[in-house]
Design a protein around this ligand. Sequence first.
Ligand SMILES: [Zn+2]
Ligand SMILES: [Zn+2]
Length: 340
Amino acid sequence: MKNYGWLLKDIKNLELIETPYPETKEDQILLEVLYTGICGSDLHAYLGEHPFVKPGIILGHEFVGKIIDKGKAVVSFEIGDFVVVEPSLTCGKCYNCIHGRYNICKELDVIGCTKTNGGFQKYISIPYYKAYKINDIPLKKAILAEPLAVAMHGVRRSSFKPGDEVLVIGSGPIGLLTTIILSLSNPKKIVLVDPLEKRLNLAKELCTEIIVIKPQNLNSGLFSQEGPDITFECVGIDETINMSIEFARKGSEIILLGVPKEISMAKFIYIQDRELNLKGSLMYTKDDYLIALDLLGKKNINYERLITHTYPFSKLPEAFESILKNKEEYFKVIIDIQKD
Ligand SMILES: [Zn+2]
Ligand SMILES: [Zn+2]
């Protein structure tokens, strides 16, 4: 059997290569990869702008597949099962792993990001405990489990409670999924800010009660107090990080979900002066993933509006370029891995 994958050879250079057909170790399942989502972090890595994901790897950490082989120790899955993958590989021994926060493991490796090749290849083997059965969820919809778990972790990291007024900065996939989770959680008000009209329109269509606004129109008069109770920053550039700091109500909380490209020039003076609680949020743990899957199973999320394009495996570089050229038109893009 042969295996092929798209190697990020260099910045803006993806090359189709033959990769080893994976063996299936005792605690592993072998997957025929079916669909893999293109994430914002894949695009950042492609452009050479991601602080931790560098060329020399097959990208793709949002993927679903079919089990075609399994190791002797695997009893919870059968060959033929469809699964979605939680791509974090952790040491299980460090302080945070032992305390259940393996998303910040000392040795964290993320499939398709750091060391292990990811889902932009035809076959992959993974530890069975990193897979979740999809059951009745449509395969394409299940791709959203990963970004939804990121958003879920951000909301669960926050002190959000029903009745809060919330500001979400950025209406890309993570910002919009965060907005969807919050809108299902009885907020008093959600204000979502993004410069792109189409993204705001999509958000408004999916969450009708929210206020959508362009950055230049954002103002503190939108909130009962001088600012939101909680701000979710889902972009990761200085401009938006500072927006989150400047608009935050005194004594309020900011959750940073966006991945900054470089050392930030954030206005820390206000964090001290206004007693702001600034919290980072990285990836997710099993609970976030299970809640995300449960939510997807309940049909609350109109995935057909979120997944705007599907490209065949052979056209992967074209997909990357098209997204970068048409940010207004492309929302979530997925690759049909078995289709050439
Ligand atoms: Zn992702
Ligand atoms: Zn660890």
